[in-house]
Ligand binder design. Structure first.
Ligand code: HEM
Length: 127
């Protein structure tokens, strides 16, 4: 076999392999896409925001079952309270209520820890 024939065979093998790779990607694409879209729809349902009326919040007015509203967000700090993470008992005054003013009247609440805790214990928004 002369050199020219060898080169032609190598080029042909290369072209066939490239074509196969291309076709393989084409057929797997829809699978990748469908996985991506099903993941997206799962994310949507996970992120669904719950909403509660003030009457529903008012039922949770105990230290061991405490919901409160701050800036239209419903917060359930029951576990936070049980773990002794609030520096005092004054948080209990807000259980079952819209505690926005009580919360905002405390300058320390503007710090990163209270703001992070609000996000962590948020369970929904006020209807
Ligand atoms: C009726 C509602 C609330 C009242 C009256 C209240 C009251 C207070 C007071 C007086 C302090 C200052 C304590 C000190 O100087 O040592 C404080 C600190 C703090 N509160 Fe509240 N609180 C309320 C709700 C909340 C909520 C809902 C959260 C979070 C879920 C929270 C998280 C914190 C944190 C993390 C601190 C410590 C801040 C720091 O020392 O940097 N509080 N709170």
């Amino acid at each position: 076999m002369n050199n020219n024939k060898k080169i032609i065979i190598i080029v042909l093998v290369f072209v066939v392999l490239t074509a196969l790779l291309f076709l393989r990607n084409k057929t797997t694409d829809p699978i990748i896409n469908s996985t991506a879209s099903s993941t997206a729809s799962t994310t949507v349902s996970v992120n669904e925001v719950k909403s509660y009326t003030l009457d529903e919040v008012a039922k949770h007015n105990q230290p061991t079952d405490c919901w409160l509203v701050i800036n239209s967000k419903v917060i359930n700090p029951t576990q936070f309270i049980a773990e002794g993470k609030h520096p005092n008992d004054s948080i209990l005054k807000g259980c079952g209520k819209d505690a926005t003013l009580m919360f905002e009247n405390i300058p320390k609440h503007q710090g990163p820890r209270p703001q992070e805790a609000l996000k962590q214990y948020e369970i929904g928004v006020l209807k």
